[in-house]
Ligand binder design. Structure first.
Ligand code: ADP
Length: 307
């Protein structure tokens, strides 16, 4: 009988510009590792990282609590979390733990849930970080590649990314508010102009076509958002400079990764990606901010680690 399972889940970038709360892409920049062990009773969280250990406030804890209840599992569970994805920077950190946990729970108790069910359980965990359920990051982290999230009923469409697609991510070394996603959702306009909706819809549609046709240039140059990005960019010091620098250095498109403050530039493997990364670093430097840059590519989803 299995009593312990370890699953590794990738970081992810949500929105990809115009696909707010709809698009997600798993990226191989960072990984979280979650080990679930059956115990006599209750839910305990063990971690050396600076994240909540109360199951109610931890995305992994909330996933286990909900899965135990809905799937009528009596056993207790210990959740060991090794964070690789920095928390609070828009790289899908809270989602990475939730995704790994849902996949591990399914394997540990041999439930064999469908992809949509796994994403639904993982998405519930996001309540602990964002205050609301949202599926874009968890869907990418569970399934890998590019995902489109349809809700009511939940249906996640997953598309393999072009093999030459590359991203440069700049993670600024700034303090982020504790409930950053909640805060940055608060600045989004409640009403939008039809002309803006049309622009975002056309770019979002072109991004989907880009993934279908494995056309990294079409994906990159459709990463344009006239609704959410303008409302949020003031929360990232130096954002405009980072973006303009990356575009001048050859990136096809640049946007905020998820709710930020990381900035992500889209390109392809034949380009000078180091040049794009240094251009982004200089952009943050103009505001005296250091950043970590990572050149990355799309990742596979959450995978069981045989130990
Ligand atoms: P991210 O884009 O990195 O997920 P969020 O601001 O949405 O950023 O989530 C980070 C917040 O979620 C932090 O306040 C963190 O304490 C909280 N959190 C709860 N559980 C976890 C977890 N397992 N991993 C990372 N962050 C978590």
């Amino acid at each position: 009988m299995i009593s312990k399972i370890t699953v590794r889940a990738p970081s992810s970038t949500a929105n990809l510009g115009p696909g707010f709360d709809t698009f997600g892409l798993a990226i191989d920049a960072f990984y979280d590792e979650v080990t679930l062990t059956k115990t006599k009773k209750g839910i305990t969280i063990v971690t050396d990282d600076n994240i909540p250990t109360n199951p109610e406030n931890n995305t992994a804890g909330l996933v286990v609590k909900n899965m135990k209840k809905k799937l009528k599992i009596k056993s207790g569970v210990e959740i060991q979390i090794k964070k690789g994805i920095p928390a609070g920077f828009g790289m899908g950190s809270s989602a990475g733990s939730a995704a790994a946990t849902a996949v591990a729970f399914d394997k540990l108790f041999k439930i064999k849930l469908s992809s949509n069910e796994l994403v639904e359980f993982a998405g519930f965990g996001e309540k602990a970080s964002a205050g609301t359920i949202h599926y874009d990051n968890v869907a990418a982290s569970v399934l890998g590649g590019f995902v489109i999230v349809k809700t009511n009923p939940l249906n996640v469409i997953s598309i393999d990314a072009p093999t030459n697609l590359r991203m440069c991510v700049a993670v600024p070394k700034i303090d982020v508010p504790k409930k950053k996603t909640k805060v940055s959702r608060g600045v989004i306009p409640k009403n939008i102009k039809l002309t803006d909706a049309i622009l975002n819809l056309s770019n979002a549609s072109a991004i989907v076509a880009g993934f279908m046709n494995k056309d990294s240039e079409l994906i990159g140059n459709s990463i344009k958002d006239v609704i959410v990005e303008p409302a949020r960019q003031h929360m990232i010091p130096g954002y405009e400079k980072v973006k303009q620098n990356a575009l001048k250095a050859g990136a096809y498109g640049v946007t905020i990764s998820g709710a930020g403050p990381s900035v992500i530039a889209f390109s392809k493997n034949s380009f000078d990606l180091k040049k794009i990364s240094s251009a982004m670093t200089r952009g943050f430097k103009s505001k005296n901010i250091d950043c970590q840059t990572i050149i990355c590519k799309p990742s596979k989803g959450a995978i069981h680690q045989k130990k």
